[in-house]
Design a protein around this ligand. Structure first.
Ligand code: PMV
Length: 329
């Protein structure tokens, strides 16, 4: 058993996943697409061994709850079952960004854990099988295994619900500006709970799932046609689709803050002047802006002036989850 460390990158959904057709298998209602971000990542070291009488889990020092640690242990159980071992493990994980605040830590977290734990347990899974395994930890983690720009297929069963990388036109020189706003505390309702609530209570859910399918096709066509403005329009349509669902959930889920909307307004204003940054938001107040390299500096400078904008991280597109040599213990 070899101590192993892996790094995986957070991803921001362009076509959003919100709700499951099968909660046990974590099969999503619709296929989704995301971009993985090279500046926002999780690093995880795993070691199995008979020196551990129980699983020891540490996430960002002591910044984690019993529930989070249990999710890690449940994932270790999946790996133990796959490999046929009973050894306990030590897991140390570090995020280079605030957890649970809309920069998807569960995506990079379960992708890094899946890769580190399987290698530490002595098996080498294919990228497809790693993506399937990561999906059981957190749906969006399936897309952090592949990194880059990835599509995660809905699937009819566990084996055909996995992510695969797709290409964007190189000449777009795409950047993602992650704008952190307001306070960075953890969100109160988990995505798992939020999705289940939306599916059960939003009157718009059935129509919104159909829209997701149409928007996926529009996004793929815009990539094929190298149609930047249509690509951006789909990204924003998908942002609104997710948040309309959240807002019409009972009890309502409102993730946006004043700053979130102020950023939207500023970007719409800049667009009138030919600067095209398209916004999208996952389950938190922070805004991800999809733009071209040539517009990035102007957008950063203008958004930096908005009160309540804490930090802007300028990201490129990351590669897949990978093992690294620097262990965390
Ligand atoms: O896989 P989870 O539980 O982290 O949920 C992800 C949900 C969104 O980030 C809002 C959308 C998505 O497709 O990533």
């Amino acid at each position: 058993m070899q101590k192993t460390t892996a790094r995986a990158y957070s991803n921001i959904a362009l076509v959003k996943y919100w709700g499951k057709q099968d909660a046990g298998l974590r099969l999503p209602m619709n296929s989704s697409v995301a971009i993985a971000l090279d500046q926002i990542y999780t690093t995880t070291t795993v070691e199995f061994g008979d020196q551990y009488s129980k699983d020891l889990v540490e996430i960002d020092g002591d910044q984690f709850s019993d529930e989070e640690s249990q999710r890690v242990i449940d994932h270790l159980d999946r790996v133990r079952k796959l490999v046929g071992i009973h050894l306990k493990a030590k897991v140390v994980t570090k995020n280079n960004f605030p957890k649970g605040a809309g920069a998807a830590s569960s995506a990079s977290g379960f992708a890094a854990l899946s890769l580190a734990a399987t290698k530490a347990a002595g098996i080498n899974l294919s990228q497809k099988d790693l993506s399937i395994l990561a999906r059981f930890g957190s749906g969006s983690a399936s897309r952090s295994i592949t990194g880059g720009v990835s599509i995660w297929y809905t699937g009819q069963n566990s084996q055909d619900s996995f992510a695969e990388a797709i290409e964007l036109p190189k000449e777009w020189g795409l950047r993602v500006l992650l704008v952190f706003v307001g306070n960075l505390k953890s969100k109160k309702v988990s995505t798992t709970e939020g999705m289940a609530r939306t599916k059960a209570t939003s009157p718009y859910y059935p129509v919104a799932v159909k829209e997701a399918g149409k928007n996926l096709q529009r996004l793929i066509n815009s990539i094929k046609d190298k149609n930047w403005s249509e690509f951006g329009q789909v990204v924003e349509d998908e942002c609104y689709r997710l948040h309309i669902l959240c807002m019409t959930t009972r009890p309502n889920l409102l993730y946006w803050s004043n700053e979130t909307v102020a950023i939207f307004q500023k970007l719409l204003n800049l667009r009138d002047h030919g600067i095209t940054g398209y916004f999208t938001v996952d389950a938190g107040p922070h805004v991800h802006i999809i733009c071209q390299q040539s517009d990035a500096d102007q957008i950063k400078s203008d958004l930096g002036k908005i009160t309540g904008v804490n930090k802007i991280v300028d990201c490129g597109i990351s590669g897949p989850a990978q093992t690294i040599d620097q262990h965390l213990f």
